[in-house]
Design a protein around this ligand. Structure first.
Ligand code: BG6
Length: 490
């Protein structure tokens, strides 16, 4: 019998996470081409971000400057090292390596930049965990090819993967393929996840059209785009192993527990349906290497035709991932009762939970839901798990003396870490934790700066002002102690 573990394993990977389009800035510097994120305007909780075909002078595009990590990475990585990071999750902006996406040869300056970043991590013994695609597909691939709907994009992605796996062999050993690939299970994921462009000026998440039913053609396009990502992901996994047998590759799923709103069996079935769709479908394909049974009926009844190619089944079976990673922010309730008002939080709709509170942005806070999910994931897949995103987006106040007392963030993280510890004691093989936005960055859903997640404050404001100065928050010192004590001093 396996010895029961209490506390985090000695080699637990503590760290933090960011994504290129939300922090780097330098959107058109050193040969970088525009990504889909560079065409998304700033928004807020009330005013949705918009997609614009052209870059307009009278709009703000937060990814263009980000927090200028591009020029500040040395200073930032030094601060991560001071906190004791063992791992740093970041993404490569695909359009820095292949500016349009369909070129034969990569952009050498882009390659050199990430090499410097990885060497800087190495200097401090921080292992990079690299997401290959985090909501930043080259814009040209969306415009000319229709994004992931087009099979040719699989080849372009594989070319990009081959280049970076080869270039960074020995420097990077831990990879994630697509960030939150399951966002494509609904039209929320079309633009950032699938590169499927809406009308010029349309809101980012298709909220305006939310009440309209998607046509069978639209659904077929979306699920075909997802299928192409499954194939591309599996090919990338196989390639990574061939190029360096020490490479480990994971999938990345946006995970949220779904509870039945009441004990009415209808709500129970609805919760199961939602768990299958949002949490398990993509995970099953990536970890088990084949489509699960449970969406077949839906595909038939909704006339969804996924454009698969001969041999895809074999590709999926041969490219199963080494570990499972997830982002976790909240849980939601499911019901068939149409009189219950659904609310949006973390790009998902759900009925409210009377037992839980929400963040200022309406995201339900549920630390125990993380323990529940980790157990569910582990019993289903029995592979190592990493929590690669988690955190509280909140407004921070800089005091006159420059200090930032973010006890609300400390409390949120403490509660989640305690539940991860419980999950480890339950027997879950949890190997790492990289809280989201370890340094303040642009919010993906609203494009705001004021929705801050960091241990490190960045003086950059929504109106574009700010010195970009970095400042340690109270949570910085707290997380340092947490890492030092391997999660014992919280
Ligand atoms: C995840 C994304 O969904 O949530 C990140 O992978 C994102 O890119 C994070 O930033 C937090 O969401 P938001 O909208 O608060 O930035």
């Amino acid at each position: 019998m396996k010895e029961r573990v209490t506390g985090f394993p000695a080699d637990f990977l503590w760290g933090g996470a960011v994504a290129a389009n939300q922090c780097e800035g330098a959107w058109n510097i050193d040969g970088k081409g525009p990504s889909v994120a560079d065409h998304i305007t700033a928004g807020s909780l009330k005013a949705p971000r918009k997609f614009t075909k052209n870059i307009l002078d009278n709009e703000k595009y937060p990814s263009h400057e980000g927090i200028d990590f591009y020029h500040h990475y040395k200073e930032d990585i030094k601060l991560f090292a001071e906190m004791g990071f063992k791992i740093f999750r970041l993404s490569i902006a695909w359009s820095r390596i292949f500016p349009k996406g369909d070129e034969e040869q990569p952009n050498e300056k882009g390659l050199a930049y990430y090499k410097d970043v990885f060497l800087e991590c190495k200097k401090y013994n921080i292992q990079p965990l690299v997401t290959l695609s985090h909501y930043e597909m080259p814009y040209h691939l969306c415009e000319k090819y229709g994004g992931w709907r087009n099979r040719e994009v699989v080849d372009f992605f594989c070319r990009y993967c081959r280049v970076v796996f080869t270039e960074y062999k020995g420097l990077v050993k831990c990879w994630l393929t697509f960030n939150e690939m399951n966002t494509l299970m609904s039209r929320f994921g079309n633009v950032l996840g699938g590169g499927i462009l809406p009308e010029d000026g349309e809101d980012l998440f298709g909220m305006r059209r939310m009440k309209e039913k998607e046509t069978p053609e639209e659904l077929s396009d979306r699920f075909t785009a997802l299928h192409h990502q499954f194939v591309a992901s599996a090919m990338a996994v196989k390639m990574a192993h061939e190029i360096d047998p020490e490479n480990k590759v994971g999938c990345m799923i946006s995970a949220a527990g779904v509870y039945p709103y009441t004990c009415n069996p209808d709500d129970m079935l609805e919760a199961q349906r939602a768990m299958n769709r949002s949490n398990w479908f993509c995970g099953d394909v990536c970890v088990k290497g084949k489509y699960p049974y449970f969406l077949n009926r839906y595909f038939d009844e909704s006339q969804v035709l996924i454009r698969k190619a001969d041999g895809d089944e074999r590709v999926l079976a041969e490219g199963t991932v080494d570990f499972f990673s997830l982002s976790y922010y909240s849980s939601r309730c499911a019901t068939t009762d149409e009189s219950v008002k659904q609310r949006a939080g973390n790009m998902m709709l759900g009925a409210p939970n009377p037992y839980l509170k929400a963040s200022e942005w309406g995201w339900i806070i549920d630390p125990k839901g993380l323990r529940y999910l980790l157990n569910e994931v582990y019993s289903r897949y029995e592979v190592p798990i990493m929590v690669v995103e988690n955190g509280l987006g909140a407004v921070d106040q800089v005091e006159e003396n420059g200090e930032i007392h973010d006890d609300y963030r400390i409390d949120y993280l403490r509660q989640h870490i305690l539940q991860m510890k419980e999950a480890v004691a339950d027997g879950v093989e949890l190997i790492g934790y990289t809280p989201w936005g370890c340094i303040d960055l642009v919010s993906a859903s609203t494009g705001e700066m004021k929705k801050r997640y960091g241990f490190i404050y960045v003086d950059k404001q929504d109106d574009g002002t700010g010195t970009m100065e970095r400042r340690k928050k109270d949570s910085f010192y707290w997380y340092k102690k947490c890492i030092e004590s391997n999660g014992e001093v919280l």
